[in-house]
Structures are given as C-alpha cells and as structure tokens.
Ligand binder design. Sequence first.
Ligand SMILES: C[S@@+](CC[C@H](N)C(=O)[O-])C[C@H]1O[C@@H](n2cnc3c(N)ncnc32)[C@H](O)[C@@H]1O
Length: 286
Amino acid sequence: MEFKKQKSYKVAPLPFQGQKRRFVNGFGIALQELKANKEVSIIVDLFGGSGLLSHTAKNIFTNTRVVYNDFDNYSERLRNIDRTNKLLADIRLILSDYPREKKLDDKSKAHVLECIEKADKTGYVDYVTLSSSILFSAQYVTSLSQLNKETLYNNVKATDYDFSADEYLGGLEIVRCDYKQLYEQYKDVPGVLFLVDPPYLSTDTKTYLSDKYWKLRDYLDVLNVLTGSNYVFFTSNKSSLIELCEWFADNRSIGNPFENSVLNTQNITINKSASYTDMMLYKFVK
Ligand SMILES: C[S@@+](CC[C@H](N)C(=O)[O-])C[C@H]1O[C@@H](n2cnc3c(N)ncnc32)[C@H](O)[C@@H]1O
C-alpha cells in the first residue's frame, strides 16, 4: 500500500536527549537533493533514537522502505502517551496551588512520589518524559528509585502532549537491535542509505537503553559503516573526529607507533569526582 505523506514533525513528540531537531531542515534538503539525483532502494536509521530522522526521511521518500532502529524503545513511550498525560494531569492537580518552577517542599515531594509510585505499580511510567516536568532543566532519571533521590521542581507541562503515535511512526519498519547487526543485514543492498547518528563520544548516555559509555574505540568502529555506502553521518567538534580522519589520511604509513611499547601509568586525582590517568610509554629501538 502506498504511504501517504503525514504531518511533518520538526521535533520529536516526546523529550529525547540528542534528537536532531536542529538538523531537520538541513537533513531534509540533503535528502531532497539525493532523491532528485539517485535511486535509493532503502533507508536504514542505524541509531534511530527518537525516530525523528526516520520520520523526516519517510515523508520525503514516501515510496521507499525506511527502517527505524528503535534501540531505546521510544515507540513504547509514544504508545503510552495516554498514561503519561493522565499521570501529568494528576501531578498538575496535586501542585495546582504550588508556585511554578519552584523546588518542591518535602510534603509536596512525598505526595507527588506517592502518585508516581501508584502509577508505576499499576502500569507504565515514562520517567524520561516525567523528568522534564518535575526535575531541573535537562536533568533526567529512568526509575522511581533514582527519582526519590532528586530534588523535585514544579515544572509540570501546562497542557497534555498532543500527537498521534501512529501518525509519527507511520510507514516506518521498526526494529530493535545492535547497529552492527542491522548494518550486516543491509550493507550489500544496492542503493541503501544509512543514517548514522551514534551517541557522542563520552557524553552522558544514561537516558539511553544501554548506558554504556561510548569510548573512542566504539566511536571509531562506527566508521566501518561509512565506507562504500551512501550515508548521512552526525558528529560534533567535541570529538575532533573529522580532524583525526584527515590526519590519518595524510599519514597513512604511520601504523601504530605504540605497538610493542611499555606502558607506565599514574592516577591523578583532581577532586572527589574527577580524576584521570597520566601515561608514559617507551620503546627503545635497536
Ligand atoms: C544521538 S542518539 C540518536 C538520535 C536520533 N538521531 C534522533 O534524532 O533522535 C544515539 C542513539 O543510539 C542508541 N544506541 C546506543 N548504542 C547503540 C547500539 N549499539 N546500536 C544501536 N543504537 C545504539 C542510543 O540509545 C541512542 O538512541
């Protein structure tokens, strides 16, 4: 059945850390250009996150398969929006006389937590969405026990979230797996386009399903999916990845200068929460 273009979302319907809303327009322009010039057989969003890129791609490539890797089960959050709206309405009522944006006192906090605990016991709670209504800006938790430890604020969204999950996810093929597995599945399909938006290097990934810290090696591994296929890749200047790749392209013969060297380390403590490891490497050639 042919997919009919739906409402075009410029922002993910529910909060999602790292969503590419600032790129929606530029991404759309790049895809329009691609559509005009090349045959694209399938689009695979390897790190789907909120699905915003998949959604945007599907609205442009209406007759092309778009695979959304919903690694964090974001679609479950979307499909539970009625429960989330109900819980937020209950909290709004509890805090109706409480000043907005103010820290909750102990009594109000206990009342709000009791309400959330009840919802948690009887069904689904979307803690990430809830966080944006009762935590300090850009702070997120993913469970009741974490929420208990936080200072709560009255930032409750004034109105219901208003969207249709079916409309937003319309026409997408939703899968959930490691990006490498998905890449293996589609890498040899002629005309495939990969959307590649991995977690940024060493950023806070606690709201993602896997809270594994993305180390340099994980990040560099992703480069393997960029060779030989159409891609749209996202990174930031914090990782210096582009500079690193340019340097290696200019110095192809360097190999690994640290191979067979001896490593000596010293732990340096800056303060209670910050430390790093200083390293000395040596190798004496004959
Ligand atoms: C920067 S976000 C993607 C944001 C997305 N493009 C958007 O606009 O919402 C990176 C995503 O990669 C997911 N992820 C982490 N490890 C992964 C893995 N091994 N395979 C696939 N996805 C992974 C994270 O959970 C997160 O959803």
